[in-house]
Design a protein around this ligand. Structure first.
Ligand SMILES: Nc1ncnc2c1ncn2[C@@H]1O[C@H](COP(=O)(O)OP(=O)(O)OP(=O)(O)O)[C@@H](O)[C@H]1O
Ligand SMILES: [Mg+2]
Length: 527
C-alpha cells in the first residue's frame, strides 16, 4: 500500500490561455493536516477544485491517486462518496432554505414513502450546531436570516455531517470571530484525533501554524516547498509565499513619525448616527454615534462582531438596510448621503464588507466592474469611450498588482483576493475625498495586504481621509492614526494611535475600563 492517502501528480489546469496550475504535485499522509499556502491567485482553490471533482476528470491533466488507486471523478458527488469533502471559499448555501435543509442538501433524510423526515433532520442539525457551539441558531429558519459568520458555520456543519476521510477547508475563517475560530480549530483537532485528514487554506497564517503538521507552499501554479511545521514559523511561510523576506508587515507613512503634522483640519463629521434593526424596531444597532475625521487622517474602527461598525459606516454611505438617521457634514456643510449614488457624488466611497453581495456584479467582466461607479466619465454623447476606460482600468490593475490575465475575463474567474482588489479599484476610480473601507484585507494575502496599506498611506498623504473597519486588531493598530472603539452600537473609546496597545482597545471594546490612559479621547494632534 502507498505511504500516502492522497497523491496528486503533475496537475495542469488551464483556463483559455491561462495556466492556473502548472504541474503541481501534492502528497498527503493519512491523519496529516496540510496547510496549503500561497498568494492570491497562486492556484490553491483551483487545485482543490480539481481534487474534489468540481472540475471533472478530463478537464485537467495529471493523475490523482486516492488510497493508491486512480481517482477519476466526474463530479463532487463522486469524490464525496470516496470521503473527500470540501468547504468552498465562497459559500454555497441556498439562502431561502432552512439551516437544516442546507445541512442535508442532496442527502435529505426521508420517511418510508419518501416524505422528508424533518424531525430527524432537525435533531441531527441541532446536535451539529451544539458541537459547533452555536446552539442559538434555529435550524428551521432560512439561512439568509443569519450573518456571514453563522452561515460559514452552517457550511462547516454541513461538511461535518458527511463522512469525511479528507476534509478540505478553503478559507473557512475569513468571516468568523476570534472565538468562533477557536471553536473551529478545536473541532479540527478533535477530527484529527479521530484520524480525519485535512487540507487547510487560510491567509491567517497564525491559524495555519497552530493547526497544521506540514506546510505546502505554491506560487504561480507551481509547487515551491513542502516543510514540516516543526521547522517553520509564520515568517518563513511568508518568505516562501512571496519569494523574499518581508521584514515588516506595515509600511511607514511618508511623513515619518510626525504623522500628526500631516493631518489637517476636520474634513468630515458624522453626528447622531442611529440605526434601527430592520427586523426588530426595539433594537438599536447603532445608538447615537458622532465623530469627526480630519483631512488625510486614517481612522480605524475596532470592536467585536455585532458592535455596529458595519451598520455605522453603511449608514454614512446611504447603504444601511433599515431605518436610520445620520447627519453627515463635509467641509463644514451638511450633505445628503441618502443613497450610495448621492454619497459618491459628494465625494464619499465605500468598499463593503460583503464582496459577493454588495461589491461585485458577477455578470460583468473585470474591467466593467472596475469602471461601474464612474461610467459617465467615459460617456461621449451616445457611446462609452472604450479606449479611455481601458486605460483607466489598466492603471488600477497595475497599481494594485491585481492578477487578471485580461480585463475582459469574468470577475468571478478571479481568485478571492483579486476580486477584493477589483472592488477597491472600482472605488478608487471615483477619486474620493473620504474613503470608507470595511474589512479591506479579508481574504487578501500578506504581500497584497502590504500593498493595500501602502496605498492607504499614500492616499492619506495626498489628503484623502480614510475610515477603516477591521476585525484584525493588529491591522487597525498597524495603519491607523486614530482608533474608535465600538461596543453594542455605542462609541466606547477614541484613541490617538501613538503606541496604542491591543489591551487598551480590547478593554474598551469589552467595556472594562482600565485606569484612564494618558493616551485618550480627543487629544488634539500637535499643530
Ligand atoms: N474559471 C476561471 N477562468 C479563468 N481563470 C481562472 C478561473 N478560475 C481561476 N482562474 C485563475 O487561476 C488562478 C488561480 O486562482 P485560484 O482561485 O486557484 O487562486 P487562490 O490561490 O485560491 O487565490 P486566493 O488566495 O485569492 O483565493 C488565478 O489567476 C485565477 O484568475
Ligand atoms: Mg482561493
Amino acid at each position: 500500500m502507498s505511504e500516502y492517502l492522497l497523491e496528486m501528480k503533475g496537475i495542469v489546469k488551464q483556463f483559455g490561455g491561462v495556466r492556473a496550475l502548472d504541474g503541481i504535485d501534492l502528497q498527503v499522509r493519512a491523519g496529516e493536516c496540510i496547510g496549503l499556502c500561497g498568494e492570491n491567485g497562486a492556484g490553491k482553490s483551483t487545485l482543490m477544485k480539481v481534487l474534489s471533482g468540481v472540475y471533472p476528470h478530463g478537464t485537467w491533466d495529471g493523475d490523482i491517486l486516492w488510497d493508491g488507486k486512480p481517482l477519476r471523478a466526474q463530479s463532487i458527488r463522486d469524490t464525496e462518496d470516496a470521503g473527500i469533502i470540501i468547504i468552498h471559499q465562497e459559500l454555497m448555501l441556498v439562502p431561502q432554505l432552512s439551516v437544516a435543509e442546507n445541512i442535508f442538501m442532496g442527502r435529505e433524510l426521508t420517511l418510508p414513502g419518501g416524505r422528508m423526515h424533518y424531525a430527524a433532520m432537525y435533531k441531527r442539525a441541532d446536535e451539529l450546531l451544539r458541537e459547533l457551539k452555536i446552539p442559538e441558531l434555529n435550524v428551521a429558519q432560512p439561512v439568509m436570516n443569519y450573518g456571514g459568520g453563522h452561515q460559514q458555520l452552517v457550511e462547516i456543519a454541513k461538511a461535518l455531517n458527511k463522512n469525511a476521510r479528507l476534509l478540505i477547508l478553503d478559507e473557512p475563517s475569513s468571516s468568523l470571530t476570534a472565538s468562533e475560530i477557536a471553536v473551529l480549530l478545536d473541532i479540527l483537532r478533535a477530527l484529527k484525533a479521530k484520524g480525519v485528514t485535512c487540507i487547510y487554506i487560510s491567509h491567517k497564517l497564525d491559524e495555519v501554524a497552530a493547526i497544521c503538521d506540514t506546510i505546502v507552499v505554491i506560487r504561480d501554479g507551481r509547487h515551491i516547498a513542502t516543510t514540516p511545521m516543526a521547522q517553520m514559523n509564520v515568517e518563513r511561510i511568508i518568505a516562501q509565499m512571496v519569494g523574499r523576506e518581508m521584514s515588516q508587515l506595515y509600511p511607514q507613512r511618508a511623513a515619518g513619525n510626525n504623522v500628526s503634522a500631516a493631518i489637517g483640519e476636520v474634513l468630515f463629521e458624522a453626528r447622531h448616527v442611529t440605526c434601527i434593526d430592520a427586523d426588530n424596531p426595539q433594537r438599536k444597532r447603532v445608538d447615537d454615534v458622532s465623530f469627526t475625521l480630519r483631512k488625510g487622517e486614517i481612522l480605524g474602527i475596532a470592536g467585536l462582531v455585532g458592535a455596529g461598525r458595519t451598520e455605522l459606516v453603511s449608514a454614512l454611505f446611504g447603504a444601511y438596510q433599515g431605518p436610520c438617521q445620520a447627519e453627515v457634514w463635509l467641509d463644514g456643510r451638511r450633505i445628503d448621503t441618502g443613497s450610495p449614488q448621492k454619497a459618491i457624488a459628494m465625494g464619499l466611497a465605500m468598499v463593503p464588507e460583503d464582496r459577493k453581495h454588495h461589491g461585485i456584479v458577477p455578470d460583468l467582466d473585470v474591467g466593467q466592474n472596475i469602471t461601474l461607479a464612474v461610467l459617465e466619465e467615459f460617456a461621449r454623447a451616445t457611446r462609452i469611450d472604450g479606449e479611455a476606460e481601458l486605460t483607466a482600468v489598466r492603471g488600477e490593475i497595475a497599481q494594485l498588482e491585481l492578477k487578471a490575465a485580461s480585463p475582459s475575463l469574468p470577475i468571478t474567474s478571479l481568485s478571492g483576493g483579486n476580486q477584493q482588489k477589483a472592488v477597491l479599484a472600482k472605488m478608487l476610480l471615483t477619486r474620493p475625498r473620504v474613503l470608507i473601507l470595511d474589512e479591506p484585507t479579508r481574504g487578501v494575502d500578506v504581500g497584497a495586504k502590504y500593498e493595500i496599506y501602502k496605498l492607504m498611506l499614500a492616499l492619506a498623504d495626498r489628503g484623502v481621509s480614510i475610515i477603516m473597519v477591521s476585525s484584525e486588531l493588529a491591522e487597525v493598530l498597524g495603519v491607523s492614526d486614530r482608533v474608535l472603539v465600538m461596543g453594542e452600537g455605542r462609541l466606547r473609546g477614541d484613541f490617538i494611535n501613538d503606541g496604542l496597545s491591543q489591551e487598551t482597545v480590547l478593554a474598551a471594546a469589552l467595556d472594562q475600563r482600565p485606569a484612564p490612559a494618558a493616551n485618550t479621547a480627543n487629544k488634539e494632534p500637535a499643530a
